[in-house]
Ligand binder design. Structure first.
Ligand code: FE2
Length: 274
């Protein structure tokens, strides 16, 4: 099966580019399942219900999030009733919404999608992501209840991301990192058959600081005096993500390659899907 993941949509520029390009990608590349991270889609901070629904309408099967999930307060009310909306699974017990779900892909495969957050340089109070994924995989093992397992690991530290990948190697189809917004070049298939990439990059304006207008972040680095708020950069977006080809027989990954489309970074589409 063909699974496409798109990294964090940032602001109007990022979400509009995804909404415009995704329907064509689904038909041209004959995609079976699409996951999009939407935690920065509303002006860089959180996601609204309308943005969530428009992303599903564009063809996403699941929208994942991360540390900014509740920045738009309305997410607290729509999260519990939206099957296809995921917040990090290792939030405290009783948090609205859910961190994983089992979905049926266009090819009929049952896909377990999970959103888990790292703790290093982030929020040390979250539940242990390693124990969390252990429980998720035990409840819905690859090759039994699930034909494919996709995990968006939303984390800051590359070391935590890499170790998390090794931890689930052979038990998940793919572990893809989000949150740092800059795509990494380390996409690979781990020894046990799990596709891994430290960060998918963002869908947003790369003439920016991580999708935000660069003026204020630069000002804060140089003067330490805040002058204004962080605003999402409004220039044309480059969408970044990763394509994963998953064996229908084993549920493990056979191929992985980045996808980048837009004016700023070198464009690429997984060659094995052409
Ligand atoms: Fe984040």
């Amino acid at each position: 099966m063909r699974l496409l993941f798109l990294g964090d949509m940032v602001g109007r520029s990022g979400r509009t580019a995804v909404w415009e390009r995704l329907p064509g990608l689904i038909s041209d590349l004959r995609l079976d399942f699409v996951v999009v991270n939407g935690e920065n889609a509303a002006g860089g901070f959180g996601i609204t219900e309308e943005i969530f629904h428009n992303t599903l309408r564009a063809g996403a099967d699941v929208v994942t999030t991360g540390n900014h999930v509740w920045d738009q307060r309305e997410a607290l009310s729509f999260a519990p009733r939206e099957e296809r909306f995921l917040r990090p699974a290792n939030f405290p017990k009783g948090t609205p919404g859910k961190g994983s779900g089992l979905y049926v892909a266009r090819n009929g495969a049952r896909v377990l999608a999970a959103n888990i957050m790292g703790r290093v340089f982030m929020n040390p109070d979250l539940d242990d992501p390693f124990r969390t994924v252990e429980a998720e995989l035990a409840a819905c093992p690859l090759g039994e209840q699930a034909d494919a397992v996709f995990i968006d690991f939303h984390a800051e530290a590359t070391s935590e991301k890499v170790c998390f990948g090794h931890f689930v190697d052979g038990r998940a189809s793919a572990v893809i990192g989000t949150h740092t917004h800059q795509p990494t070049a380390d996409h690979q298939i781990l020894n046990g058959g799990t596709a891994y990439m430290s960060d998918a990059g963002m869908c947003g304006d790369y003439d920016s600081s991580l999708g935000m207008d660069k003026e204020e972040p630069l000002n804060r680095f140089t003067t330490k005096v805040p002058k204004g708020r962080f605003e999402a950069a409004e220039g044309p977006a480059t969408i970044c993500g990763v394509g994963i080809d998953i064996s229908d027989r084993t549920g493990l990954a056979e191929k992985i390659a980045p996808l980048r489309l837009g004016p700023r970074l070198e464009e690429t589409v997984p060659a094995f899907w052409r």
